[in-house]
Design a protein around this ligand. Structure first.
Ligand code: R5P
Length: 312
């Protein structure tokens, strides 16, 4: 790629964007991101981007629609300002759980969001731990899909936990949990859950031996915290000595942090794809940074180098 590398950030996670820029020994491009008096989002890119290879960092976390709109408008502004290539860097992709219809007359929101990002003018997407990898196929442009599991697993491995067993809190996450288990050298247990209604999790059954062991629940995201706390409760009932948890995206919606704080979870490890509230610390939530991984991916994309080495 010939154009100069530039990085811009929406308002969703400026700390992560700054960290990524620092890893790349760069500064964030200058832009005004605000709101008109009528509530519409206002964007003005201050730096010249003509002929540049531009990366816009914006996880579409809460408030999801607002952050999505900022991203779309920034891409549009950069496109119209003659950037040669625009990559949407979306560390957390909101609407990902609505990737299929579960009943009649429902939208497939994850697909619509992908259409919007393409229509706005993005040439590529760089993201992390999509709720389901099939979402990559919702885009008709290249998608580079990073995984946080190696970083999370290495952190857990470093804790030297006695007799570890990795737990998938639902059957859909077994593949993820199994890869994690291989990395930390642990056993595997699987919980079956059901959702009687949206945002409510009910544990049904568990397969695997956890008695006297250190259980590590591995998930892609923590939203209401229901899945996590229900799983932790079952693990305690089945005799687990201690329960830890890991997830890439710490959404912590509604009173998630309060219920996690009151639970028996020793520690919940998340990444900074989403900025964390001060209350996270009181809930024994620890955050590790994905900035070095995103910085490396951005540099490799800019230099047209393979990203495969980042996935191992
Ligand atoms: C479900 O399929 C996901 O992998 C997570 O388990 C889920 O999104 C967590 O949501 P909550 O924290 O609201 O139970």
């Amino acid at each position: 790629m010939d154009g100069r590398l530039l990085i811009f950030s929406g308002s969703a996670n400026t700390e992560l964007a700054k960290e990524i820029a620092t890893c790349l020994r760069m500064t964030i491009g200058r832009a005004m991101i605000g709101t008109f008096k009528n509530g519409e989002t206002r964007i003005k890119i201050h730096d010249n981007v003509r002929g540049c290879d531009v990366f816009v960092i914006q996880p579409t976390c809460t408030p999801v629609d607002h952050h999505l709109m900022e991203l779309l408008l920034m891409i549009d502004a950069l496109r119209r300002a003659s950037a040669t290539r625009v990559t949407a860097v979306i560390p957390y992709y909101g609407y990902a759980k609505q990737e299929k219809k579960t009943a009649g007359r429902e939208p497939i929101s994850a697909k619509l969001v992908a259409n919007l990002i393409c229509t706005a003018g993005a040439d590529r997407v760089l993201t992390m731990d999509l709720h389901t990898p099939a979402i990559e196929g919702f885009f008709d442009i290249p998608v580079d899909h990073l995984q946080a599991s190696a970083m999370l697993a290495d952190h857990i491995y470093g804790l030297n936990l006695p007799n570890p067993v990795v737990v998938s809190p639902d059957t859909g996450g077994v593949g993820r949990a199994n890869r994690f288990r291989e990395r930390v050298g642990a056993g595997l247990a699987i919980i079956a859950k059901q959702r009687p209604e949206p945002d409510t999790a009910e544990v049904l059954e568990m397969v695997g031996e956890v008695e006297g062991k250190t259980a590590i629940i591995v998930d892609d995201m923590i939203s209401t915290g229901g899945t996590l706390v229900e799983a932790a409760q079952m693990l305690n009932e089945r005799g687990a000595a201690k329960v830890y948890a890991c997830a890439t995206h710490g959404i912590f919606a509604a009173d998630a942090l309060e219920i996690i704080a009151k639970s028996d979870l020793v520690e919940t490890l998340v990444t900074n794809t989403i900025p964390q509230q001060a209350a996270a610390q009181a809930a024994r939530v620890r955050t590790i940074s994905v900035a070095p991984l995103f910085a490396e991916a951005i540099m490799r994309i800019h230099k047209d180098l393979s990203l495969s080495a980042l996935f191992s």
